[in-house]
Design a protein around this ligand. Structure first.
Ligand code: GUN
Length: 440
C-alpha cells in the first residue's frame, strides 16, 4: 500500500524542527519521501491543504483494561481508588471484557491522534488484551500486570511470584516482536506496594535476558511512599535503584513526590518518566516537577493513564494540561508549547526504545502519522500563529481527521477503519454491565 499526502503543513520534529509545506509519500510501513510537488503514483492520495501533518502522539502509560471502568471510580485518592474500585473491577474481568475494554480505548486513542502506547494490562486474560492490540493496528508495548504481594490485594488478582514470572515469559515469547515489531512486550510489575523484592529482582533479570522494557508506577502518592518506606526502609526511587530497576529501559509512570536525590537518580540513569497530568490532578496525587526534571536531563513523556482516573485518553488534553499546570509554580515560560509537543512525540518514542523509528516524520521512519484540521473556529486565525501553539493550546481531539499507523490508515476522515465503532460500543456496554454486577 502506498499513500501520498499532498499540500499539508508537515511538522517534522526532525533535529532541525523543520516545518515543510508540501507532500509526504508512504510506501508500505515507512515514510519514503518528504518534498514539494511529489508525483509518485500512490494507491491513495490525501489532500491535506489547510491541515497539519504531524507525528502521531505517543502515550507511554495507558491501562487499556481499565477503559471499561470509565466513570466508575471518581473522586478518590490513589490507594482507596485501587482497593475499593479498580482492583475488584480488574479482578472481575473475563477475556471478552478485556478485549472490549482494550478496543474501546484504542478507538478513542485513534480518534484523538495517538498512534503508539505503552500499556499495562491486568493480571489475567492478557492474551485478549494483546489480541485487541493486534487486531486494531495500534503500535504498543504491553505486558501482564504482576502482583504477588499485599494484604489488601484481592484474591482475584494476587498471583504467586512463580506464576507472575512464568506467565509473563509465556506471553513475552508469544507476542514480543509480533507484526514486524509493531507489538512489543514490557514487563509490568504494578508497583512496589504490590510486588515482592524477589519479583522485582527477577523482572530485572528477565528484562536483561530478553532485552525488553520494564513498565511500572512510582512515587505517585504520599501513602504509597510511606508504605514502601515501611517495607524497605528506603524512599521509593532509592529502593528501585537498589534493585537495579532504574535505567533507560525503565518506563516509570507519575514520579511526583521525589526528593533531590531521587530526581538526580532518575535523570542520571536516563529512566523514562511518564508525566500524567490529568490523572495526577484527578486522584489528588500532586504535580510532578517536570521543568526541574527536564533541566536535570531527565527523559520525559506524557500520557493519559487509565480511563477511570482521567476520564479520557485524549493526548491533546494531556498536552494542554502539561503546559498549563507548571506555569503557576515555574513561570509562564517553563513549559512552552514546542517543548510539550516534543515530549508528546519524541519523548514517548524514547520511552518505547523506538526513537530511531517513530516520534518524527523523516524518510526511513515508520509512517505513524496524524492529520489535523486547522479549519476550525478555535484554531483560527492561523496567520502568524505557531503550529505548536495551535497543537498544544488550541486544537482538540475532534480536529484529528486521519490517523495512520505503520503505513495503515486506522482512521479515515474520522471513520475508524480497523474497529467497528458501533459493535465496540455495544460490546463495551454489555461487558461493563456484566463486570460491574460481578462485584456489586
Ligand atoms: N499504581 C498502581 N496501580 C495503578 C493504576 O492502575 N493506576 C494508577 N494511576 N496508579 C497505579
Amino acid at each position: 500500500m502506498s499513500i501520498l499526502i499532498k499540500n499539508g503543513l508537515i511538522i517534522t520534529m526532525n533535529a532541525d524542527r523543520e516545518i515543510i509545506h508540501g507532500d509526504l509519500f508512504i510506501e508500505g510501513s515507512l515514510i519514503k519521501t518528504i518534498g514539494s510537488n511529489l508525483t509518485c503514483p500512490a494507491d491513495r492520495v490525501i489532500d491535506a491543504a489547510g491541515q497539519l501533518v504531524i507525528p502521531g502522539l505517543i502515550q507511554p502509560h495507558i491501562h487499556l483494561c481499565q477503559t471499561l471502568f470509565r466513570g466508575q471510580a471518581d473522586d478518590l485518592e490513589l490507594l482507596d481508588w485501587l482497593k475499593q474500585k479498580i482492583w475488584p473491577l480488574e479482578g472481575a474481568h473475563d477475556a471478552e471484557s478485556v478485549y472490549a475494554s482494550a478496543l474501546l480505548g484504542i478507538g478513542e486513542l485513534f480518534k484523538s491522534g495517538t498512534t503508539a502506547i505503552v500499556d499495562m494490562a491486568t493480571v489475567h486474560h492478557t492474551d485478549a488484551n494483546f489480541q485487541a492490540i493486534y487486531d486494531s493496528g495500534i503500535r504498543a508495548l504491553s505486558g501482564k500486570c504482576m502482583m504477588d504481594f499485599g494484604a489488601e490485594v484481592p484474591a482475584s488478582l494476587l498471583d504467586t511470584t512463580e506464576n507472575a514470572i512464568d506467565e509473563s515469559v509465556r506471553l513475552l515469547e508469544k507476542w514480543h516482536g509480533k507484526d514486524a515489531g509493531r507489538i512489543g512486550y514490557a514487563l509490568a510489575p504494578r508497583f512496589a506496594v504490590s510486588c515482592t523484592p524477589e519479583l522485582l529482582a527477577k523482572t530485572v533479570e528477565l528484562a536483561q535476558k530478553y532485552n525488553v522494557a520494564i513498565h511500572t508506577h512510582a512515587s505517585e502518592n504520599r501513602g504509597e511512599i510511606r508504605y514502601v518506606e515501611e517495607l524497605s526502609g528506603l524512599r521509593n526511587i532509592l529502593y528501585l535503584e537498589k534493585l537495579r530497576l532504574t535505567g533507560p529501559n525503565l518506563i516509570l509512570a507519575h514520579c511526583i513526590h521525589l526528593d533531590n536525590d531521587e530526581m538526580a537518580i532518575l535523570a542520571n540513569s536516563r529512566t523514562n518518566i511518564v508525566h500524567c497530568p490529568s490523572s495526577n490532578l484527578k486522584l489528588g496525587s500532586g504535580i510532578a516537577k517536570i521543568p526541574e526534571l527536564i533541566k536535570m536531563g531527565a527523559q520525559v513523556g506524557i500520557a493519559a493513564d487509565g480511563a477511570p482516573c482521567n476520564n479520557n485518553l485524549d493526548g491533546f488534553m494531556e498536552m494542554r494540561l502539561a503546559a498549563l499546570i507548571q506555569k503557576p509554580f515555574y513561570g509562564p515560560t517553563s513549559m512552552p508549547a514546542e517543548k510539550v509537543f516534543e515530549l508528546a512525540t519524541l519523548g514517548g518514542a524514547r520511552a518505547m526504545g523506538l526513537a530511531d523509528q517513530i516520534g518524527s516524520l523523516e524518510p526511513g521512519k515508520k509512517a505513524d502519522i496524524v492529520i489535523v484540521s486547522l479549519d476550525e473556529l478555535r484554531t483560527s486565525p492561523t496567520e502568524g500563529v505557531s503550529v505548536y501553539t495551535q497543537l498544544v493550546y488550541q486544537a482538540q481531539s475532534s480536529h484529528v481527521l486521519t490517523t495512520i499507523v505503520d503505513g495503515r490508515i486506522v482512521m479515515d476522515n474520522r471513520q475508524l477503519m480497523t474497529i467497528d465503532q458501533t459493535e465496540v460500543l455495544k460490546r463495551a456496554h454489555a461487558c461493563s454491565k456484566r463486570v460491574v454486577e460481578r462485584i456489586s
